[in-house]
Design a protein around this ligand. Structure first.
Ligand code: ADP
Ligand code: MG
Length: 261
């Protein structure tokens, strides 16, 4: 697929990274029962960064990004998102969730709601946006992901690639400042991967702060300013893409790259 994504010209120089910290994770650990799934995670994400997280299956990638919007709870260390610390304070959790959008491998659309309704549900019920305004915003983002004509259909009537673009549009309707992607293309047929990656590339070009768990190394090369490699619950290595791919440092990274490239 790397050739597919690279057909799209992007201007990396346009992609500004600010000095403002978007996410600060320090000394973070998480256990599932006895199982120590995340170990001493330290990660600072600056606004405008586009980070790709890769690593073997089971290395803790999903758990890490799920901790950032509290879909999973960490037990030790700190996670601060946009200046708000994640704790048991429900107000903080709500605030962070309203600023962080998430897109999953399986699109998680509501099957009994139309595409438009999927996109307006949270704005209307969580944000208290008036219905008409929420619909206008939804149509704006459905246009952006290039499927406005699907607004009145149900998810089951759309292709996987279209459903994933709806999932992205639905997230954007909440006007997030940070987007988390967890293997957004790995459930898609090859011909649909490009349309989803192109949508993500556009978001990146617009300056969205993004953390993407993906094995699309073409996307990583083209869009990421930083690639993070995880193994066994740890961040083993991180670097800018060129260095990461050409000059991996640890044996674990070398082994992983030799298996996927
Ligand atoms: P990755 O996304 O890198 O494949 P995950 O974060 O999904 O890895 O999982 C990391 C490890 O944690 C795996 O060994 C997985 O089996 C385990 N795990 C994930 N979710 C749970 C859970 N809810 N309860 C117990 N173990 C879990
Ligand atoms: Mg995962």
């Amino acid at each position: 697929m790397s050739e597919l994504a690279s057909q799209r010209e992007i201007d990396r120089s346009q992609m500004q990274i600010s000095e403002e910290v978007a996410i600060q994770i320090s000394g973070m650990n998480k256990w599932f029962g006895q199982f120590h799934v995340l170990r001493d995670i330290n990660l600072t994400v600056y606004r405008g960064e586009r980070i790709v997280i890769c690593g073997p299956s089971g290395s803790g990638k999903s758990t890490l990004i799920r901790c950032i919007n509290r879909l999973e709870e960490h037990q030790k260390g700190r996670i601060v998102v946009d200046g708000t610390e994640l704790s048991n304070d429900l107000k903080n959790i709500d605030k962070i969730r309203s600023e962080v959008g998430m897109v999953f491998q399986h699109f998680n659309l509501f099957p009994h709601l139309t595409i438009l309704e999927n996109c307006t549900l949270a704005p209307i019920w969580v944000r208290k946006t008036p219905k008409k305004e929420a619909e206008e915003i939804a149509m704006h983002y459905l246009n952006k992901v290039k499927i406005p004509e699907q607004a009145h259909k149900y998810p089951g009537q759309l292709s996987g690639g279209q459903q994933q673009r709806v999932a992205i549009a639905r997230s954007l309707c909440m006007k997030p400042r940070i987007m988390l992607f967890d293997e957004p293309t790995s459930a898609l047929d090859p011909e649909m991967i490009k349309e989803v990656l192109d949508t993500m590339i556009e978001l990146a070009e617009e300056g969205m702060t993004m953390l993407c768990v993906t094995h699309e190394m073409g996307f990583a090369r083209q869009v990421a300013n930083r690639v993070i490699f995880m193994d066994q619950g740890q961040i083993v290595e991180q670097n800018e893409p060129e260095e990461f791919f050409l000059n991996p440092q640890s044996d674990r990274t070398k082994l992983f790259l030799s298996q996927i490239l």
